[in-house]
Design a binder for this molecule. Structure first.
Ligand code: NAD
Ligand code: MG
Length: 392
């Protein structure tokens, strides 16, 4: 029996994780569940899964929540803040990191530093602090397993021991697939006026709003490129981004002998979650069988960087290295939030990120503090650029 902390249990990945865990009560016990503000959702989860701890980011909310669950007869202990998140992240056998954005960095790192089995959905933490993050994995002996469907697919297509780097194992190229999102074929002139709800209506995946917008701009694929470089010890020149609108192939790996291995399945996060939870064993996930006959065809195309300028921005940041990915990620978070609040046009998300990148000095972070400073400065600059733009 292994104990599991789900960081961000009320989100899209969190819910998929609880669905898989509920199918295997003989293998996993829920140690802690955490949320930002979704108290009603968290309350229902506490009653169903009876974890030892629940964590809310806000202290006042946490105090009210503690009273509420005690009145309902629950013995779950309620913690709050970053300290609470880090504590439960470091204490379970398995931590699933599914907080969205920069907010996930410290709790995810706490799990890594405690040497746990860490299932990574929160790609932003690896994008921001890649080298420090991977150094911590090596130092602590943590087992880092990717939940992001593409990286999970790549992981499944690689030889088992990739410690020596994938090149040494005969891999020459990673083909990172992405659907192209809801605006893959929208006339360019119409992108100016698309709404947050249109951007969040992903054709194949049901996800949180931030990653849905990232998919619409394809910044998600850009972040995933950076994520793949760190996870698989390779560089951007060995990774091709391919548009595959059906999201049935979740990514591919090409070996030097010409073999290309792909992982296929229905687009449902429960597959990579179940794979990583049980790895190297296999367990049921609840995902239906892929009906390859009715699927009938798989299409592929090269991405258009005019339509998706965020792809080029992310590749540039990956090549520059240092704090560039942290700056890219921070500017993107602020621009996406402004778009979701109706304060920024969809096409200006890339403009804001490009401006922040152009106006920022990139350094080599020596510590987490350097990463956090770069993140903070980039957020401020992005906010200034957005407010200057809205005053025009
Ligand atoms: P979501 O918005 O649905 O859920 C986010 C979760 O994080 C919620 O539980 C929320 O309460 C919590 N949270 C948000 N802000 C927080 C804060 N400041 N402090 C503490 N907790 C906070 O997001 P999601 O779609 O589940 O995505 C989660 C992460 O997984 C993201 O990093 C995303 O890129 C990654 N991911 C998601 C999918 C997917 O299918 N949804 C696929 C691959 C990777
Ligand atoms: Mg993905």
């Amino acid at each position: 029996m292994q104990s599991v902390t789900v960081l961000g249990s009320t989100g899209s990945v969190g819910l998929s994780t609880l669905d898989v865990l509920a199918r295997h009560p003989d293998r996993y016990s829920v140690y802690a569940l955490t949320a930002n503000t979704s108290v009603d959702e968290l309350f229902a989860q506490i009653i169903t899964f009876t974890p030892r701890y629940a964590v809310l980011r806000d202290e006042t909310l946490a105090m009210e929540f503690a009273n509420r669950i005690r009145a309902a007869g629950s013995e779950t202990e309620v913690l709050s803040g970053e300290a609470g998140l880090c504590r439960v992240a470091a204490a379970a056998d398995i931590t699933l990191a599914a907080i969205v954005g920069t907010a996930g960095l410290l709790p995810t790192l706490a799990a890594v530093e405690a040497g746990k089995k860490v299932l990574l959905a929160n790609k932003e933490s690896l994008v921001m602090a890649g080298r420090l993050f991977m150094d911590a994995v090596t130092r602590s002996g943590a087992t880092l397993l990717p939940i992001d469907s593409e990286h999970n697919a790549i992981f499944q297509c690689l030889p088992l021991a990739v410690d020596a780097g994938i090149k040494a194992q005969g891999v020459q190229r990673i083909l990172l697939t992405g659907s192209g999102g809801p605006f893959r074929s929208t006339p360019l002139a119409e992108l100016d006026s698309v709404t947050p709800d249109q951007a969040c209506a992903h054709p194949n995946w049901s996800m949180g709003r931030k990653i849905s917008v990232d998919s619409a701009t394809m910044m998600n694929k850009g972040l995933e490129l950076i994520e793949a470089c760190w996870l698989f010890q390779t560089d951007p020149s060995n990774i091709d981004i391919i548009i595959h609108p059906q999201s049935v192939i979740h990514s591919m790996v090409e070996y030097v002998d010409g073999s290309v291995l792909a992982q296929l399945g229905n687009p449902d996060m429960r597959t990579p979650i179940a794979h990583a939870l049980a790895w190297p064993e296999r367990i049921h996930s609840g995902v239906s069988s892929l009906d390859i006959i009715s699927q009938a065809r798989l299409d592929f195309e090269a991405p258009d960087e005019q339509r998706f300028p965020c792809l080029r921005l992310a590749r540039d940041a990956a090549i520059r290295g240092g704090t560039a990915p942290a700056v890219l990620n921070a500017a993107n978070e602020i621009a996406v939030a402004a778009f979701l609040e109706g304060k920024l046009a969809f096409v200006d998300i890339a403009y804001v990120i490009a401006e922040v990148m152009a106006q920022t000095n990139i350094g080599e972070p020596q510590s987490l503090l350097d990463v956090q400073s770069a993140d903070f400065a980039a957020r401020q600059l992005a906010a200034q650029i957005i407010s200057a733009k809205t005053q025009l």
